[in-house]
Design a protein around this ligand. Structure first.
Ligand code: TXE
Length: 478
């Protein structure tokens, strides 16, 4: 694939080309992409600004119909999108197709949101007056996205922004931009007017300030330090900022848990999608009564995973997405060993029929919450088990972490589940289910520093993508 920038309805060549390689097969180039320049970024922002009034005023049925067409195209092309995703990011084909289908569902949901999103009407304290509260587009939205969900995250930012009448400049990750190029083609084919959606490729650092200065709002998903930087960059212009950042998500297993359910949820939450999910479980906190039985089963499960080429139908865990990420994972593994954690599964690079970034799913035992392994986001197929006395200690350990995105508990006690629902400091929590896997119609996000500026997905996304107007009407009828 040769990916180009899409600005004001035109595909534009330009700049240096960045190549992506297949993490399952380093000898395969997947795509070459033209790096957007600062001038391209300025043009995209200006195009989005020019297109804004007409799009904001566009008939809501028309806006919805266009979004629905994009959803239809994503469904129809889920196999192509999923295959490209698997080749460029390294998710298994099943996971890649699943993500493409999710992106389709997101577009269909927001197609309906164009007509569903309500305003409010109040009586006034003043006789003969009433108050109308309405929601208006925030304006030009810059969406900056990461590599780990290269179609779902662009979809949930772009679909929401467009549904509420905003225009968009999307800057996907330089590590996996292919799916965003396909999405741009689908938006073009659905008849989205020139300038309403624009795509800029390449590395975000060179054009980030231009986007933030020119946009009315910036929605970002990625690393916590990058999010902090974006917030600082947005301060002088007071550009509205939404950040979805890292997690260090705890999964608690209590003595009364159903062992099958607990093992399945812990394993899926930890190693699913190669552990490259901000909502993945990275700290498994287990009470002492079930500890040994749970560990035995979990080690069995993790040791049996088939790691390999993402397109191989037998593969359950695909490769790590890129070299930098693999080096980062191995660094965490080495330091955890040096800190005294006991390696009970994985911990090493695996050979496969092709040259790729294959890392054996890794589990450490006898870890403490003070270890680096349990304090910083790893973002890979690596987790540690922390043994605790009881629910009280489990809650204390779970909360003893700066990051607060997702969390989970395995228990058959309604009382313990409800206690943890209240005690968890994370933005999302699950009972007897993996910490990852929030659906498109409910709020997604964490508390700072895992999240900032309002939740994404579902009706909650209107908080960020709209501005409120309060109108007093003196109608004179008493
Ligand atoms: O993220 P970055 P990267 C974590 C994960 C991973 C680490 C680095 O731990 O190891 O982040 O991944 C753009 N102005 N997560 O390098 O740098 C960049 O081009 C404007 C967690 O991919 O945050 C890309 O499009 N844009 C995470 C996007 O920001 C800038 C998901 C994300 O890049 C910019 C992914 C700047 N100054 C990685 N600098 C999660 N929590 O979901 C970078 N970008």
């Amino acid at each position: 694939m040769h990916g180009r920038n899409y600005i004001d309805g035109q595909w534009r060549n330009g700049g240096a080309r960045l190549a992506t390689t297949n993490p399952s097969d380093l000898d395969e180039i997947v795509g070459e992409y033209d790096q957007a320049s600062v001038a391209d970024a300025e043009d995209a922002i200006h195009a989005a600004r020019r297109a804004l009034p007409a799009w904001a005023a566009a008939n809501i049925q028309l806006r919805g119909d266009m979004l629905r067409k994009v959803g239809d195209a994503l469904y129809a092309r889920a196999q192509d999108v999923g295959t490209l995703l698997a080749r460029e990011e390294g998710k298994t084909l099943k996971e890649g197709i699943g993500e493409a289908v999710r992106a389709a569902q997101v577009f269909h949901y927001f197609a309906g949101e164009t007509v569903r999103h309500p305003g409010q009407w109040y009586n006034s304290l003043r006789d003969g007056h009433n108050v109308i509260v309405s929601y208006e587009p925030v304006g030009v939205v810059a969406a900056i996205t990461p590599w780990n969900f290269p179609i779902a995250i662009p979809a949930w930012k772009v679909a929401a922004a467009l549904a509420y009448g905003n225009t968009v400049v999307l800057k996907p990750s330089e590590y996996a931009p292919g799916c965003a190029v396909l999405l741009a083609e689908m938006l073009e084919q659905a008849g989205v007017p020139n300038g309403v959606f624009n795509l800029l490729l390449g590395d975000g650092r060179s054009i980030g300030q231009t986007l933030i200065d020119g946009a009315d709002a910036v929605t970002f998903t990625g690393a916590t330090p990058t999010g902090r930087r974006i917030l600082q960059m947005a301060a002088p212009t007071m550009t509205k900022v939404q950040l979805e950042l890292g997690g260090k998500n705890p999964f608690i297993v209590l003595d009364d848990a159903d062992l099958d359910v607990a093992v399945e949820a812990a394993a899926q939450g930890t190693w699913g999608q190669t552990g490259q999910r901000c909502t993945g479980s990275e700290r498994i906190i287990v009470t002492k009564g079930i500890h040994d039985a749970f560990v035995e089963r979990l080690v069995q499960t993790v040791s049996n995973y088939r790691v390999g080429h993402a397109l191989d139908p037998q593969t359950e865990i695909g490769p790590v997405a890129n070299q930098a990420q693999l080096d980062k994972n191995l660094g965490f593994i080495n330091r955890a060993r040096a800190d005294g954690a006991e390696l009970v599964a994985g911990g090493h690079v695996k050979e496969a029929r092709t040259r790729g970034h294959f890392l054996a799913p890794t589990l450490f035992l006898n870890t403490t919450n003070a270890m680096e392994l349990n304090r910083e986001e790893i973002f890979g197929p690596v987790a540690g088990i922390i043994k605790v006395e009881d629910l009280d200690e489990a809650i204390a350990v779970a909360r003893d972490c700066e990051l607060a995105l997702s969390s989970g508990i395995a228990t058959t006690s309604l009382k313990s589940a409800e206690r943890y629902r209240r005690a968890s400091n994370a933005g999302m929590m699950t009972v007897n289910a993996p910490t990852a896997g929030v659906e498109y119609h409910v709020p997604f996000g964490g508390r700072a520093p895992s999240g900032f500026g309002g939740r994404e997905q579902g009706a909650a996304s209107a908080e960020f993508f709209t501005e409120i107007k309060t109108a007093y009407i003196n109608h004179g009828v008493v």
